[in-house]
Design a protein around this ligand. Structure first.
Ligand code: PLP
Ligand code: COI
Length: 355
């Protein structure tokens, strides 16, 4: 399939690289392709960034048939444009599609479209430390009918946003609230998919946690509300006695690409890792016994984010003395170093965008 290109005639002014925040600025162009049952995915195009016109009955507005991805493009010191394990995002987007009854797309083609879009807007890739161009592919159901059923028409789109750190804390530890009541996902649900509705359902708990002075919620399993699953936009690791423990992946946890990269890096450093059920009780007991060394979340937007205070009911612990842990720092330095081309890439994770 060919990708047509219509360039903007009014390029926007670029934002100050030191004041990007997360997801507030958007580049000059976006990618769109449409799906219909008779044509399949068709009409792939890069066009000026702008609003979509939609019928008020459009399916996604009512029943939330929507999935998305989060990835980043980096500028290397030699000026190359780099992506980090992008084929993993394409594969996960198709798994999310399958769960939400959205048709599959050609992953190689979609990646070539993303590369082309990034090339068109490459002047938007920021180069200040801790910044990147965030890529947001997403798919939405577009039928105009109120019956509850899978759409027969869709749009696959990609928008780009130059970003700084996801949390205002940057690399300083974030405070996390263990959510005792609301749950994010259950067995058989949509937790493993990057489905828009998973995030809508998480907002109330996050708002309540923020009112208590916490940045994010740590979700527990939907059945017993006993075992740790993940944070709003990150998978989590706990260093207990030098062993890095992360919840195992059932169908209620998002299989993070950063999580997988962290596991592979730790293995390569001969640091023991375990994927298993981990209860909050065990975490709090380990802290009491002086065995909880550090904890961090990881994700594309958040990179590596140390966990400082962990609140649970009427208890709260301060992990790692409120400072970033040694392994968290080493992981942050290594992952960002590989991503922005400053460190060697022994795993073959980096994909260069030829421009
Ligand atoms: N968990 C959730 C709920 C997320 O939204 C994300 C972000 O994508 C992650 C974990 C981390 O996944 P990844 O490392 O692939 O970005
Ligand atoms: C990401 O890390 O890419 C995410 O999608 C997290 C969040 C912004 C939803």
């Amino acid at each position: 399939m060919k990708i047509s290109l219509v360039k903007t005639t009014s390029p926007k002014e670029k934002p100050d690289q030191n004041k990007l925040g997360f997801g507030r600025f958007f580049t000059d162009h976006m990618f769109i392709m449409d799906y219909s049952e008779d044509k399949g995915w068709h009409d792939a195009r890069i066009v000026p960034y702008g609003p979509l016109e939609m019928d008020p009955a459009t399916a996604v507005l009512h029943y939330g048939q929507a999935v998305f991805e989060g990835m980043k493009a980096y500028r290397s010191p030699e000026g190359k444009v780099l992506l980090f394990r992008p084929e993993q995002n394409m594969a996960r987007l198709n798994r999310s599609n399958a769960r939400m009854s959205i048709p599959q797309f050609d992953e190689e083609f979609a990646l070539s479209a993303i590369k082309k879009l990034v090339t068109v807007d490459q002047d938007w890739i920021p180069s200040a430390p801790g910044t990147a161009l965030y890529l947001r592919p997403f798919v939405i159901g577009c039928d105009n009918v109120l019956g509850v059923r899978a759409s027969s028409t869709y749009k696959f789109m990609v928008i780009l946003s130059p970003v700084g750190s996801y949390y205002k804390e940057g690399l300083n530890p974030v405070n996390i609230w263990v959510e005792p009541h609301y749950v994010r996902a259950v067995r058989g649900g949509t937790g493993y998919a990057k489905a828009a509705g998973n995030y809508a359902g998480s907002l109330l708990a996050q708002k309540q946690a923020q009112a208590k002075g916490y940045s994010q919620v740590l979700w527990l399993d939907g059945l017993e509300r006993k075992y740790v699953e993940e944070v709003g936009a990150m998978n989590v690791f706990f260093n207990i006695d030098g062993e890095l423990i992360t919840p195992d992946l059932g169908d209620s946890v998002l299989p993070g690409i950063t999580r997988d990269s962290v596991l592979k890096l730790l293995d390569s450093w001969s640091i023991p890792t375990t994927e298993r059920k981990l209860s909050v009780e065990e975490i709090f007991a380990a802290q009491e016994e002086g065995r909880l060394i550090e904890a961090f979340g990881c994700g594309t937007a958040a990179v590596i984010s140390p966990i400082g205070k962990l609140g649970w009911g009427d208890k709260a612990i301060q992990i790692g003395g409120g400072k970033i842990g040694e392994i968290s720092q080493r992981l942050y330095d290594t992952i960002t170093g590989i991503q922005n081309g400053r460190l060697e890439d022994p795993f073959g994770w980096i994909v260069e965008v030829e421009s």
